[in-house]
Design a protein around this ligand. Structure first.
Ligand SMILES: [Fe+2]
Ligand SMILES: [Fe+2]
Length: 269
């Protein structure tokens, strides 16, 4: 059994400060084996924002898998944007842009989908798709395989956003290597989808799990939220923890249960 705390879209620089301490306390109380942060650590990729994000990360349980988001690339400084897009992220957060965690039960690979050329959108490149194959294809079926990106592979109904660029090619590699779960953010909305509903994936469906924004003041109609994902062999449970401002704490608002079948992951009763 493995427990993951999945946070996303922290957006230091535009954070509801009342949430930070309760979120840290809740994360420690859950006692995760791994914390995943799926990008947008800052609002405008400023050094001061990265320092705040760094302090927050250091106060979380570890180990951690962190990937950058589009907000972690400078927007207005064109030189920084095109020639040093992730310098501040690398200085303050991590040099590793494809972090990997593997133990006896889970393998988790983070990929950077933030790009200089697109303001909001993201992309996976060929090298990263090869990285999924190198890291994941050789692992046995007893290991639950998880890929982490900022930009999503699936969207809630009616979403104006686009899925990550080259999603179709990446999904082919993901399906071929038996990747079980994709964790993303960016939408500031909690959502769970199945790859088989959006992609032709050879009859095997991965879970596509979005986390809302953990701490940003831009909730897009949803309270601040994060996911707790419990993985036990052929079972995955997803709890959505939503901020309750009146109580000043996070509460579990919903739980979903999934089972692994020959067709991949399906929702269970
Ligand atoms: Fe965001
Ligand atoms: Fe984003």
């Amino acid at each position: 059994m493995r427990t993951l705390v999945h946070l996303s879209d922290l957006h230091f620089g535009r954070v509801n400060q009342a949430i930070v301490r309760p979120l840290l306390e809740r994360s420690w109380a859950i006692g995760p084996h791994l914390v995943v942060i799926s990008g947008d650590l800052t609002q405008r990729a400023r050094a001061a924002e990265f320092r705040e994000a760094r302090a927050f990360l250091d106060a979380l349980p570890s180990p951690r898998i962190v990937v950058p988001g589009n907000h972690d690339v400078p927007l207005y400084n064109v030189l920084d944007r095109f020639f040093r897009p992730l310098d501040r992220y690398r200085e303050h957060i991590t040099e590793d842009l494809s972090p990997f965690h593997v133990d006896g039960e889970i393998a988790v690979l983070g990929l950077n989908t933030a790009r200089s050329l697109t303001i909001k959108g993201g992309r996976i490149n060929r090298r990263q798709i090869e990285g999924i194959q190198e890291r994941m294809c050789g692992l046995g079926p007893e290991i639950t395989k998880i890929v982490v990106t900022h930009h999503p592979f699936d969207l809630p109904e009616g979403s104006p956003h686009a899925v990550v660029g080259r999603a179709r090619q990446a999904m082919a590699a993901i399906a071929a290597c038996g990747v079980d779960v994709i964790l993303s953010g960016h939408l500031h909305l909690s959502h769970t989808g199945h790859s088989a509903e959006r992609f032709e994936v050879g009859g095997r469906s991965s879970l596509i799990i979005q986390a809302g924004t953990a701490t940003s003041t831009r909730g897009r109609g949803e309270q601040n939220a994060f996911n707790v994902i419990r993985i036990g062999g052929k079972n995955i449970d997803i709890e959505r923890h939503f901020w309750q401002p009146e109580g000043g704490l996070f509460g579990i608002a919903s739980a979903e249960h999934f089972e692994e079948t020959p067709r991949g992951w399906v929702r269970a009763a």
